[in-house]
Design a protein around this ligand. Structure first.
Ligand code: XMP
Length: 507
C-alpha cells in the first residue's frame, strides 16, 4: 500500500477514534490511526481526519498540532468534534468553553446540501457528545449545517477543510457513513483497499524481513493464528508452527486442528501436555489462580518447544495495536488476567525478532485475507475460543471427568446450532458446567447430578454482549440429547445474562 493512498486519522483521545478508522475501512479505503506525536511521520496521506477528544481547546494542556504542516499536505481535512473546534481556532475563530455537556441525538438542518452533505436527508439524526461549541467563525467560513436550535454543527473554512460537531462514526448518526463517504470522495489520490494487493505487498515484505531465517509461531486453530501460519507458509518462510495442546480443548479439537492444517499443507508440531496442565491445576478453584497457572505454564511449554527462535511471529491485530498505543496511560480496571505474559516477547521485540504481519488488519480483514489464502470459511468463521480453554467454563476444581462432561454437552449444543442454521448467527456459544448437584429422576431412580449451562451471545467486540433468543425447539432438542446422553448431568439451564454485568465466560 502506497503511503499516499491512505487516510490518516489523528487521535485526540476520543473513545470513538478507533471507530473512525473502522468506518473508513468499511468504506473500502485504508485508514491508519496516529497518536499526535507521530503527526510529522504520517507520510503522504490522501485525506486527514482529526478525531474528537475529551479536552477543551482552551485547556492549557489541550492537544495541539502543527497547522502549517496540516494544511501543507494540500489534502482534504475533516475535523470531528474537538477536531472541528481546534480547526476553527486555527483558522482564526473562537470556541466557547462550557461545563454543560450535550450528549445524544440532534437533528441536522442542512444549509448547503452539496459536497459533504450530498444526498443526506434534512433532519437526519446525528450524535452529539461535547461541551464546548464554536463561537466566532473566521472570515470566509461557511456554515454547512446547524442543529435544530440554529447552532452551527458543520463548517467549511476553505476548499479542503471541513469540520463537524457530531460523530459520524457512531451508528446513532444515521447517515454518518454516507457523510464520511462524501468527505472521502474529495480525496483525489485515495485508492480502494484491495485485499489481494495487500496480500501481495505483505508477502513481499515478509520475504524481505525473514530471508532464510527460521520463523516460529504458535497455532491454536483460531482464525488469527491459522491465517498467520498459512501466510508465512505462502511467503515461502521456513516456518515452525507449534500447537500446544493443554488438554483444555473441546471435543476432538486437537484432531480437527491437525486435520485442518494438513489440508492446508502447513505442517504443525503438537506439544501434548494435557497431563502437565491437569497436574498443575489439581485442586485449584480460584479463577485468577487458574488463569495465572495456565498462562505461565503455556508460555513455558511454548518456549521450551521454540528453543532459540531466530524470529517469532504473532497474530497481533490492529485493534490491539491501537489499544496499546492510545491507552498507554489508561487506568482501566483489571477484570481478568488475560492469557499472555509478555516479558519474553518484549525482549525479543527489542531485538527486532518479532514479526506481526497482521498488525494493520481488523478481524474481518484477516478473514478476507484468509479467504484469499484459500482457507475454508468454516475455519475462518469459527466462534472465538479463549486461550485458557475449558478451564474458564469449569468453575471450581478442574478434573478430567468435569472436562469430559463439558466436552460432550458442548459438542451436542454446537451440533444443534449448526443443524438448525444458528451457528453463524451467534457470535459465541458454549456449554459450561455448574458444579452443583441437584436432585432428579432418571429411569425411575433418583439422580443427584450436576447442571450444565448453555450460553449463546451476540457481540461486536466482546466488550458487551447480549444473550440470543434461540428457538425453543433448538433448546428443547439440545436439552433432550444432553439429558439422555451425558452421564453426570440431570439439569440443563440457558444463560440469559447480558454483559455487563455478567462476562461472556463463566470465569
Ligand atoms: P469475557 O468472559 O471476558 O470474554 O466476557 C470476552 C471474550 O474473550 C474471550 N476470553 C479470552 N480469550 N484468553 C483469550 O484468548 C483469555 O484468557 C480469555 N478470557 C476470555 C472469551 O471467550 C470471549 O470471547
Amino acid at each position: 500500500m502506497e503511503e499516499s493512498q491512505h487516510v490518516a486519522v489523528l487521535d485526540f483521545g476520543s473513545q470513538y477514534t478507533q471507530l473512525i478508522v473502522r468506518r473508513v475501512r468499511e468504506l473500502g479505503y485504508f485508514a491508519k490511526l496516529y497518536v499526535l506525536e507521530d503527526f510529522p511521520n504520517i507520510g503522504k496521506p490522501a485525506a486527514i481526519i482529526l478525531s474528537g477528544g475529551p479536552k477543551s481547546t482552551s485547556d492549557p494542556d489541550a492537544p495541539d498540532l502543527n497547522f502549517e504542516l496540516l494544511t501543507g499536505f494540500g489534502v482534504p481535512v475533516l475535523g470531528v468534534c474537538y477536531g472541528m473546534q481546534l480547526l476553527n481556532r486555527k483558522f482564526g475563530g473562537t470556541v466557547q468553553a462550557s461545563d454543560r455537556r450535550e450528549y445524544g441525538p440532534a437533528a441536522l438542518v442542512i444549509e448547503d446540501g452539496g459536497g459533504l452533505f450530498s444526498g443526506i436527508s434534512n433532519s437526519s439524526q446525528v450524535w452529539m457528545s461535547h461541551s464546548d461549541t464554536v463561537k466566532l467563525l473566521p472570515d470566509g467560513c461557511r456554515v454547512l449545517a446547524s442543529n435544530q436550535h440554529g447552532t452551527a454543527v458543520a463548517l467549511q473554512w476553505d476548499a479542503r477543510c471541513f469540520g463537524i460537531q457530531f460523530h459520524p462514526e457512531v451508528t446513532h448518526s444515521h447517515e454518518g457513513l454516507a457523510i464520511l463517504r462524501n468527505f472521502l470522495a474529495m480525496a483525489e489520490d485515495l485508492q480502494p483497499f484491495v485485499i489481494e494487493d495487500f496480500k501481495r505487498d505483505l508477502i513481499a515484505s515478509i520475504r524481505q524481513q525473514v530471508g532464510d531465517k527460521q520463523v516460529v509461531c504458535g497455532v491454536s486453530g483460531g482464525v488469527d493464528s491459522t491465517v498467520l501460519a498459512v501466510l508465512l507458509h505462502e511467503a515461502g518462510a521456513n516456518v515452525r508452527a507449534i500447537f500446544v495442546d493443554h488438554g483444555l480443548m473441546r471435543k476432538n479439537e486437537g484432531e480437527e486442528v491437525r486435520h485442518n492444517f494438513q489440508r492446508l499443507g502447513v505442517p504443525i508440531e503438537t506439544v501434548d501436555c494435557a497431563e502437565r496442565f491437569l497436574t498443575a491445576l489439581d485442586g485449584v478453584d480460584d479463577p485468577e489462580k487458574k488463569r495465572v497457572i495456565i498462562g505461565n505454564l503455556f508460555i513455558d511449554v511454548f518456549w521450551d518447544a521454540v528453543g532459540d527462535a531466530e524470529l517469532l511471529a504473532q497474530g497481533t491485530l490492529y485493534p490491539d495495536v491501537i489499544e496499546s498505543a492510545s491507552n498507554a496511560n489508561s487506568k482501566a480496571s483489571k477484570i481478568k488476567t488475560h492469557h499472555n505474559r509478555v516479558d519474553r516477547i518484549l525482549e525479543l521485540q527489542a531485538q527486532g525478532k518479532v514479526l506481526e504481519p497482521l498488525a494493520e488488519l481488523f478481524k474481518d480483514e484477516v478473514r478476507a485475507l484468509g479467504i484469499s489464502l484459500g482457507i475454508d470459511e468454516d475455519i475462518l468463521n469459527r466462534h472465538p475460543f479463549p486461550g485458557p480453554g475449558l478451564a474458564v467454563r469449569c468453575p471450581g476444581v478442574i478434573t478430567q471427568d468435569r472436562l469430559d462432561i463439558i466436552r460432550e454437552c458442548d459438542a451436542i449444543f454446537i451440533g444443534k446450532l449448526k443443524e438448525h442454521g444458528w451457528y453463524h448467527r451467534v457470535w459465541q456459544a458454549y456449554a459450561g458446567l455448574i458444579p452443583v448437584k441437584t436432585v432428579g429422576v432418571k429411569g425411575d431412580e433418583r439422580s443427584y447430578e450436576w447442571a450444565i449451562s448453555l450460553r449463546a451471545v451476540v457481540s461486536e467486540d466482546a466488550m458487551t454482549a447480549d444473550w440470543v433468543e434461540l428457538p425453543p425447539l433448538l433448546l428443547r432438542e439440545t436439552s433432550h440429547q444432553i439429558l439422555n446422553q451425558v452421564k453426570g448431568i440431570n439439569r440443563v439451564l440457558y444463560d440469559i445474562s447480558t454483559k455487563p454485568p455478567a462476562s461472556i465466560e463463566w470465569e
